[in-house]
Design a binder for this molecule. Structure first.
Ligand SMILES: *Cc1c(COP(=O)(O)O)cnc(C)c1O
Length: 359
């Protein structure tokens, strides 16, 4: 608390990111990073961009990156926006597209940054409960609203909506913007990018942090009708003219071009996810059906907070949310098979120790 703060700072409830430990040697399955390094071509491009040209500002319009994304998705540059991580892209969308008199709708269990942005940008919102299986029911969004945002697959559940569900949302709300946050789409869901020509109210947000293994580079994007993109550009150019630095632009362009790395890596993660789910089920967990690079699992006899703490003691970081409906769950990032084996071993020891305690 400081008397120098403006009122709105007093009222902010900031997002709490997953721990980035300084202690080496931990098995880090808590922030949905990729367990493999990024495309070697991306790293080469970043190295090649380090030099005297760093004295120059980057291209404020990020044309080479927007063109690379437009080519990749077979759309126009005017349908592409890029930002400093998809969190920044989302922030601009909350300020520029999702704030209306009627409330923004999003699920009661979803990415916990959404209510934070509502607080920062004064967006009124209502949450819509997931069903008993923690899935989105699109019919429940048939109510007056100013806009809708859903993550697909949803986080932290990992459950994907089929594209038909997204189309229902779009068709039910032709006069409201509908934002689909596809941070995890490459691990098992269908992308709505192909729908942007048909639905001028659709904005799809992507990130290079997960399926391109570039969380450290901070690059995200949005795809939609040129008028939605123009709104984001207006906000961006009123905030920071240079969100994509020279290294980020070079690395991102090369990463998008390396389709072979992308396909191999996501296939490995999807395969490891299958092994991880089977291992967790053998230990007595129930695991929600995941289309993401993480799983959301709970144990019949042990709470999420206790398990997370015990795993930390054993050197394995996972994420736990102390929130209604999901406090019993752990969100576990799919690591390498070796990392998943360490996690399963640690869990089996923890569960055996706890079973031995008198209850
Ligand atoms: C990780 C994540 C993001 C943010 O990714 P950036 O690293 O900021 O690009 C956005 N939405 C969801 C649902 C995420 O899980």
């Amino acid at each position: 608390m400081s008397r120098f703060w403006s009122d709105r700072v007093h009222d902010l409830v900031p997002y709490v990111p997953g721990e980035q430990p300084h202690r080496p040697g931990l098995v880090k399955l808590n922030t949905n990073e990729c367990p493999y390094g990024p495309s070697p071509q991306a790293l080469d491009a970043i190295r090649a961009a380090t030099g005297d040209t760093l004295r120059l500002y980057p291209d404020p319009a990020s044309l080479s990156l927007r063109d690379a994304l437009a080519r990749h998705h077979r759309i126009d540059r005017a349908q592409v926006f890029v930002g400093n991580g998809s969190d920044e892209v989302l922030a601009h969308a909350f300020g520029g597209l999702l704030r209306h008199d009627a409330p923004l709708l999003f699920p009661d269990v979803t990415y916990s940054f959404y209510p934070v942005y509502c607080g920062l940008y004064d967006v009124s919102y209502e949450t819509v409960p997931l069903d008993d299986g923690l899935a989105i029911r699109v019919e429940d969004y048939r109510r007056p609203c100013g806009a809708i945002i859903v993550a697909n697959p949803n986080a932290p559940t990992g459950i994907a909506l089929p594209l038909s569900g997204i189309e229902t949302l779009l068709a039910d709300h032709p006069d409201q913007p509908v934002l689909v946050d596809e941070a995890y789409v490459d691990f098992g869901a269908s992308s709505a990018v192909r729908l942007i020509d048909r639905y001028p109210n659709l904005l799809v947000v992507h990130t290079l942090s997960k399926s391109r293994a570039l969380a450290g580079l901070r690059v995200g994007a949005a795809f939609g009708h040129p008028s939605l993109i123009e709104a984001l550009l207006r906000v961006k150019d009123s905030f920071n003219s240079y969100p994509i630095d020279r290294l980020a632009e070079a690395g991102a362009v090369a990463a998008i071009a390396d389709q072979a790395w992308f396909e191999t890596t996501r296939a490995r993660i999807v395969r490891s996810r299958g092994h991880l789910v089977a291992g967790l089920e053998r230990l007595g967990f129930s695991v929600l059906p995941s289309a993401a690079n993480f799983v959301f699992a709970r144990h019949a006899r042990h709470g999420g907070a206790a398990l997370q703490a015990a795993l930390r003691e054993a050197g394995v970081l996972v994420r736990h949310f102390n929130k209604p409906r999901i406090a019993d769950y752990l969100r576990i990032t799919v690591g390498t098979d070796a990392e998943c084996a360490v996690l399963l071993d640690a869990l089996s020891t923890v569960l055996a120790d706890h079973a031995a305690l008198p209850s």
